[in-house]
Design a protein around this ligand. Structure first.
Ligand SMILES: Cc1cc2nc3c(=O)[nH]c(=O)nc-3n(C[C@H](O)[C@H](O)[C@H](O)COP(=O)(O)O)c2cc1C
Length: 187
């Protein structure tokens, strides 16, 4: 093999950069979250991996509800801050305009063009993290990021993360239609 073995500290590429929101007393807390994935079709389930030391971990277990918010490129500084500073030390709720959808205890970020409302359905134990399985109850999008009612990446311009180089990226362009472009190879 000509490839170089670069070890075990490797990641799923690229990761989304999102803000996980939870109720925190009378206000809200937001943490940067890259370890997020959709894990079931129906019901629509996702998994968020959150370190046991984070305030968010405790709040998720207490509230059993949360939001996933997709920030825009210009929010990069605030997003990074939410990943650097704990809600135990500073109030991060003041960074954003908070609004609510169907669930009154799920803080959503108005400035984020796409937000998901989730109900916690399960928690799995990992050595350093917990896997929080959430059911997506509703999703809210700004009209301007939709094409025929669906989120359009060229309009949403989601932020992406790579590790271990720790960089933020944006999506460049669409290169093909999924579940379609390979049809020609069918026997
Ligand atoms: C871009 C970025 C992505 C992050 N992704 C995760 C993640 O997926 N899981 C995690 O446990 N921590 C992640 N973190 C770290 C937390 O966001 C950070 O420790 C935060 O301060 C925790 O806040 P809290 O204590 O208010 O919950 C990330 C940080 C950054 C900068």
């Amino acid at each position: 093999m000509e490839k170089t073995n670069i070890g075990k500290n490797i990641f799923v590429y690229p990761m989304p950069v999102t803000l996980l929101g939870t109720k925190h007393g009378e206000t809200a807390n937001f943490m940067a979250l890259g370890w997020l994935s959709r894990v079931n079709g129906n019901p629509p389930l996702l998994v968020a991996s959150v370190n046991k030391a984070h305030l968010t971990n405790q709040l998720l277990k207490e509230n059993k509800t949360f939001s996933i918010n997709y920030p825009t490129e210009d929010m990069i500084g605030k997003v990074d801050y939410c990943g650097l500073v704990s809600g135990r030390k500073e109030d991060k709720s003041q960074l954003f305009t908070i609004e609510y959808g169907e669930m009154e205890d799920v803080p959503l970020i108005k400035e984020c063009p796409l937000s998901l409302e989730c109900k916690l359905v399960d928690v799995y134990e990992m050595p350093t993290h917990n896997l929080f399985i959430g059911e997506i109850i509703a999703s809210y999008a700004d009209e301007k990021i939709l094409t025929r009612g669906k989120p359009d990446m060229s309009k949403l311009k989601p932020l992406l993360l790579t590790m271990p180089d720790n960089n933020y990226w944006t999506v460049k362009e669409k290169v093909g239609k999924a579940w379609d472009i390979g049809r020609g190879l069918r026997k």
